[in-house]
Ligand binder design. Structure first.
Ligand SMILES: NC(=O)C1=CN([C@@H]2O[C@H](COP(=O)(O)OP(=O)(O)OC[C@H]3O[C@@H](n4cnc5c(N)ncnc54)[C@H](OP(=O)(O)O)[C@@H]3O)[C@@H](O)[C@H]2O)C=CC1
Ligand SMILES: O=C(O)[C@@H]1CCC=N1
Length: 276
């Protein structure tokens, strides 16, 4: 088994960290390349023991998966030098927002392609990764891809029509949670809790709340209503959340991310935005 990762940024590193923290795939099975940042490649090699190279022959030779972990606007350019060497048994796997299996199949006709959406919690082997498969992907390749991502968390095989939605919900999702945690830490500091203690308290509060939702049949609404006593502290806090429209804002936030994922799939080069 060999996996080649095109791109050595945040998402690639989270996957590498998660994989090399387990037993499969091992560091010796992971090859990484990027566009030009030599220091970054060297750091990945030093930290995780993966092989870093820009040699297309080494990157493609006997590779089971070529994982595209660059920005949606860069993947065609990134893949181009590898195309003459691409083995027909290699599956091209995207973690990119918006990029469809159909657009990948246009570039690598007849090749197995897989669209996935993991998140950076792969670093602690707690990603939620959704996968959908292109027309030329064999059952064996699909199963092996699911196994690969199961090494770094939970997986769901979804119809590709759901991919933009899961991108907005679970690919981007950890960022919303970190924003919420940052807000809670700031609030903690304002009411006299030292920063390092506040962080620990907030993190454990989120872990506990999340575990209850995963384990129980109750909905989040039922669970927060259990915490809310009439005239108590929770109600006082919720009065502010409701008056500021926080739930509506979060719903709109995910809708905005969903629309953006759809746009990324339609446009190859987004000349008006350099950050995606
Ligand atoms: N960050 C996240 O939480 C998540 C990201 N994703 C998806 O993952 C992908 C990567 O995101 P992220 O890691 O945040 O991005 P980063 O900007 O951190 O990393 C992008 C990487 O792509 C490399 N790259 C760009 N052009 C080329 C090229 N022509 N050839 C080879 N490598 C190239 C860059 O190399 P260099 O530095 O040398 O330019 C860099 O290593 C995106 O498509 C995103 O949609 C999906 C889920 C979550
Ligand atoms: O912000 C982005 O476009 C990527 C996709 C999912 C999470 N981060």
């Amino acid at each position: 088994m060999k996996i080649t990762i095109i791109g050595g940024g945040s998402m690639a590193e989270a996957l590498i960290a998660g994989w090399t923290d387990g037993v499969y795939p091992s560091a010796s099975q992971i090859f990484v390349t990027n566009r030009s940042n030599d220091e970054r490649l060297e750091a990945l090699a030093q930290t995780y023991g993966v092989t870093v190279t820009r040699d297309p022959e080494i990157l493609t030779e006997n590779t089971d998966f070529i994982l595209l972990s660059c920005k949606p606007k860069d993947w065609e350019e990134a893949l181009e030098p590898l195309l003459p060497h691409l083995d027909s048994r290699t599956a091209v796997v995207s973690v990119m927002a918006g990029v469809t299996t159909a657009s990948m199949e246009e570039v690598v006709p007849g090749q197995a392609v897989i669209r996935t959406m993991p998140n950076t919690s792969a670093a602690v082997r707690a990603s939620m990764t959704s996968l959908s498969f292109g027309s030329f992907c064999s059952d064996e390749q699909s199963e092996r891809a699911v196994e690969l991502f199961r090494e770094v968390g939970e997986t769901a095989v979804v119809d590709e029509t759901m991919m933009d939605a899961v991108t907005a919900l679970t690919g981007t999702g950890p960022a919303y949670i970190y924003y919420l945690m940052e807000s809670m830490e700031k609030a903690a500091a304002n009411i006299g809790v030292p920063e390092h203690i506040g962080r620990e308290l907030v993190a454990q509060t989120l872990v506990g709340a999340s575990r209850r939702v995963q384990k129980e049949e109750s909905s989040p609404k039922e669970l927060y209503e259990q915490i809310m006593s009439p005239g108590g502290t929770t109600e006082a806090g919720f009065d502010v959340l409701k008056s500021r429209g926080v739930q509506e804002a979060l719903i709109d936030c995910i809708a905005g991310a969903y629309e953006r994922s759809q746009e990324l799939g339609k446009k190859k080069k987004l000349s008006s935005r350099s950050d995606n």
